[in-house]
Design a protein around this ligand. Structure first.
Ligand SMILES: Cc1cc2nc3c(=O)[nH]c(=O)nc-3n(C[C@H](O)[C@H](O)[C@H](O)COP(=O)(O)OP(=O)(O)OC[C@H]3O[C@@H](n4cnc5c(N)ncnc54)[C@H](O)[C@@H]3O)c2cc1C
Length: 693
């Protein structure tokens, strides 16, 4: 059995006897240093992270108060009441109006609204989600799918919270496959009403935010049905209708049955529930008819002929929720990293053999490897998130400037960044909690609640696997379109050139990767720190994956449904890999653009190092691919690991500054594990000196 002393000796051979003179908080042991940041450098870095909506961030930051933090240890009902109170505060502050068009009573600042929602992710994810359901999803459905009259009638109440509502899309029988949901909305020509109905137990709406308690109306997604003159049933696909569900006293309306989901794995401040409809009648005007209308005679019309195209166009207008979820998860991940980094600078374990003083956690190589690559990715994702927010903002301001291709790309990147960042956030929050040891497990230090709340971000607003597949499908669609336009002669010529190009590109990429790693390892030779080269390397991996998966899928062409599915299904892992590789390079490109635009030389240099670490981290995580595809030799992958380690140590010297630049309100760090200790020399001078010297 290994004793505590063995472990100490193993960690620090020849160590002096453990010092017992450190005093600290009885719960957290010997806390002796805080690690101070460099405010000027942090300000330079913050400017890059704050991005185009820096003003919205500043205003939200100033309005954020400690009582908006996730209340720890309260009952579910207390948390729900607390979140509703905070929502009222937000409504009074005018924040929701940012996201609605001026003609609907808002200020039309999509970017500002998304940025403000993102900031809530630093405080309480329940508040962010409830705000997102009310203003982003329920309000967003009315704003994007409703006509002027409907918008005028309902949106003021949505903004002020006089009308609280649900976004009722998911059913027990199907969450990801929304196109085949079962709820029906059948037009009754006799009365001029729609009959909304849940025909089977599996058609019950499940998991719906605001459904358990506060919602009095729901934007219900249902199969729209009309009848031809001869009585034939005509199905027009999924549409959205506004259906009142509760009276003023909070009771279910006739034909509506709501059920409270009660305790969930997290997000206890949000009242999720189920809704069942039993032939509930709503007037014809309840249909949000931007993409499909029914006239008084029961005639259906739509500007889009194909049911599938109509459905995806409609969903495309609702991507704001998806962008918000990714953004808030990114904010939560940054908070968790800031907590873990601060703790790692004050928490000491085992004594240094030379000084006899306790060693701060972040001095340990492994701790640096756990936290610093995630800090680098947090920077990259924040920049990429800013880019997608800007794209959506510009689109909503001027949709005509977006052709079909650019629009499809925006939708695909919104899906991809949601999957990427929520996956990252879940992984990072867990690592941050582990990096804080037992203290991380105490709810008072915020990480456990954050972990529980963030969990479902990988599932809702589109499951991450399904969304990544969507990214890959979009890439393959673009690839097929390029191929599809060619005649046979051109196809053969293209294939031959491609084959030559592939060989040349592969050789070039391999050389570039080798050089890149040499460069990062040997800092004398800096020419390969060129971002364009780094991007080329990431794109090479993406293109290789895409070309090879396309080749596999070509076999499915001309096959019937089940044979085609078999081919497609056997290549699914390959497709997902292509989707992830694309997001890696897309994120890198957005990060590199943000770094290029940075005017502060010192900040720019640090951001450059973060960029390098982002790239080397990809190599380290996907080593197998680089080896299997002859992009790197084993010697070089080992060198890449060594280079990554070196960058981790270099950046650990600035860790506090790097997380200070996240500009999270200071009250968030007023937690016992960070406040109940003494103060000693900051670590910043230790690891940092190593690199500067
Ligand atoms: C707390 C919470 C709040 C929610 N709020 C709302 C709300 O307000 N309104 C609303 O409409 N919905 C809401 N949802 C529903 C949410 O959007 C769905 O849960 C989500 O879309 C996933 O659907 P599902 O649960 O049916 O999972 P499924 O689609 O059944 O997925 C289950 C698993 O199968 C995998 N899978 C699915 N399809 C594929 C495939 N083609 N290939 C490979 N793997 C696949 C997924 O990766 C996942 O791991 C909420 C859910 C939760 C948990």
């Amino acid at each position: 059995m290994t004793s505590q002393t063995d472990v100490q000796n193993a960690a620090a051979p020849g160590a002096a006897a453990p010092q017992t003179t450190h005093t600290g908080h009885p719960h957290y042991g010997r806390i002796t240093t805080t690690g101070q940041g460099d405010p000027a450098l942090a300000a330079g870095l913050q400017k890059v992270l704050d991005g185009r909506w820096a003003d919205a961030r500043r205003m939200t930051r100033e309005a954020m108060t400690p009582d908006m933090l996730n209340p720890i240890g309260v009952t579910m009902e207390e948390h729900r009441a607390h979140v509703l109170d905070q929502m009222r505060r937000l409504a009074d502050s005018g924040m929701p109006g940012l996201g609605f068009r001026t003609e609907d009573g808002g200020t039309g600042d999509t970017g500002g609204a998304l940025t403000s929602f993102e900031m809530l992710g630093h405080l309480d994810l329940s508040l962010m989600v409830k705000a997102g359901v009310q203003w982003g999803l329920f309000g967003g459905a009315i704003a994007n799918l409703g006509d002027a009259e409907t918008r005028g009638k309902y949106l003021p109440g949505v903004m002020s919270l006089d009308l609280m509502g649900c976004f009722a899309m998911t059913e027990l029988g199907g969450g990801s496959d929304v196109q085949n949901l079962e709820t029906t909305a059948t037009f009754d020509t006799e009365t001029g009403e729609f009959v909304v109905h849940s025909p089977t137990p599996s058609s019950e709406k499940w998991y719906i935010g605001n459904a358990a308690r506060d919602g009095s109306m729901a934007a219900v997604f249902a199969q729209l049905i009309t009848h031809a003159e001869n009585g034939e049933e005509l199905r027009h696909g999924v549409h959205c209708l506004l259906v009142p569900i509760r009276d003023e006293a909070g009771n279910d309306l006739p034909g509506v049955t709501t059920t409270d989901h009660g305790h969930k794995g997290g997000l206890l401040g949000v009242d999720n529930g189920k809704i069942m409809f039993d032939h509930v009648r709503v007037p014809r005007e309840a249909l949000l008819d931007r993409f499909g209308a029914v006239d008084a005679d029961g005639q259906y019309s739509s500007p889009i002929d194909s049911v599938g195209a109509r459905f995806f166009t409609m969903l495309g207008t609702l991507i704001r929720g998806r962008v918000s979820v990714g953004a808030a998860a990114g904010a939560a991940a940054r908070t968790s990293l800031a907590l873990a980094v601060r703790y790692s600078l004050i928490r000491r374990q085992f004594d240094h053999p030379a000084t006899g003083k306790g060693i701060p956690l972040l001095e340990y190589r492994e701790h640096q490897r756990r936290l610093m690559p995630r800090v680098a990715r947090a920077y990259a994702y924040a920049c990429a998130q800013n880019a997608i927010v800007a794209e959506l903002h510009d689109f909503e301001k001027n949709p005509e400037a977006f052709d079909a291709e650019r629009r499809r790309e925006m939708e695909s990147h919104a899906a991809g960044i949601k999957a990427t960042v929520t996956g990252f956030a879940n992984d990072t929050i867990i690592e941050a909690r582990l990096a804080c040891g037992g203290a991380g497990y105490m709810a008072e230090n915020l990480l456990t609640e954050m972990r529980a709340d963030c969990d479902v971000f990988s599932t809702f607003e589109g499951d991450n696997v399904v969304l990544t597949q969507l990214v890959a499908k979009e890439l393959l669609g673009a690839y097929a379109a390029e191929f599809g336009d060619m005649d046979q002669r051109e196809t053969v010529a293209f294939a031959l050139t491609t084959a030559v190009d592939v060989v040349q590109e592969k050789a070039r990429a391999s050389t570039l990767w080798q050089k890149l790693i040499d460069t990062v390892t040997d800092r004398e030779n800096t020419d390969l720190l060129d971002r364009a080269n780094q991007l080329e390397l990431l794109v090479d991996r993406e293109e290789h994956l895409l070309e090879t998966v396309a080749r596999r899928l070509r076999k499915a062409q001309g096959e019937d449904g089940s044979a085609a599915f078999k081919v497609f299904n056997s290549a699914q892992d390959h497709m997902l890999q292509a989707g992830r590789a694309h997001m890696d390079s897309w994120v890198f490109a957005r990060f590199a653009e943000a770094v290029d635009a940075c005017e502060d030389p010192e900040a720019k240099e640090v951001l450059g190092t973060l960029c390098d670490l982002y790239v080397l981290d990809i190599v380290d995580r996907d080593k197998g691919w680089f080896l299997e595809h002859n992009r790197l030799t084993t010697e070089r992958t080992k060198a890449a690991t060594a280079a990554r380690n070196r960058l981790c140590t270099k950046l650990a010297g600035k860790a506090r500054t790097l997380v200070d630049a996240f500009a999270i309100p200071e009250f968030v760090f007023d937690v016992p594990m960070l406040t109940d200790g003494g103060v000693d020399a900051p670590l910043e001078t230790t690891s940092g000196a190593d690199e500067r010297g």
